[in-house]
Ligand binder design. Structure first.
Ligand code: ZN
Ligand code: ZN
Length: 139
């Protein structure tokens, strides 16, 4: 029996927002997802449950949830926008070979940029080779 609370749907409720059918779908597909999927990836998963939902709808819903702070948008420089249901401060590691994006626990200290800029959040993206890809090249 798996009865874990869906964090995305909980956050939507906690923020006093409406759970629309689209949000419900995205919540189901993205909750607990650690792979940092792009909108295309999310759409693929959504299609398995709801084949009539368009990529445009998925895009719009993901971006509005990101704007509302329910999920976070992630740009790692590969030309795609990725989405992360984990909105706590954490950094990412991008493998230059398999292009997978991993969560890393390093926290980036907030710099003091003077009174003109109040820093509230910082996260880093590290690039390199993941364990699996390192093992491949060593053989
Ligand atoms: Zn890799
Ligand atoms: Zn992440």
């Amino acid at each position: 029996m798996r009865k874990r609370e869906n964090i995305i749907l909980k956050t939507i409720k906690d923020k006093g927002l409406k759970i629309t059918p689209q949000r419900q779908l995205i919540g189901e597909v993205l909750d607990g997802n650690k792979t940092h999927p792009s909108a295309e990836d999310v759409h693929k998963k959504v299609s398995e449950i709801a084949p009539t939902v368009s990529i445009a709808t998925v895009y719009k819903t993901l971006n509005s949830l990101a704007d509302l702070g329910v999920i976070q948008r992630l740009d790692v420089g590969d030309g795609k926008t990725h989405f992360d249901p984990d909105i706590t401060a954490h950094s990412h590691f991008v493998c230059l070979n398999c292009r997978k994006i991993f969560d890393v626990a390093t926290s980036v200290p907030l710099p003091d940029l003077g009174k003109d800029f109040k820093v509230v959040r910082a996260q880093a993206v590290y690039y390199g080779y993941c364990k699996e890809c390192q093992d491949q090249t060593e053989e």
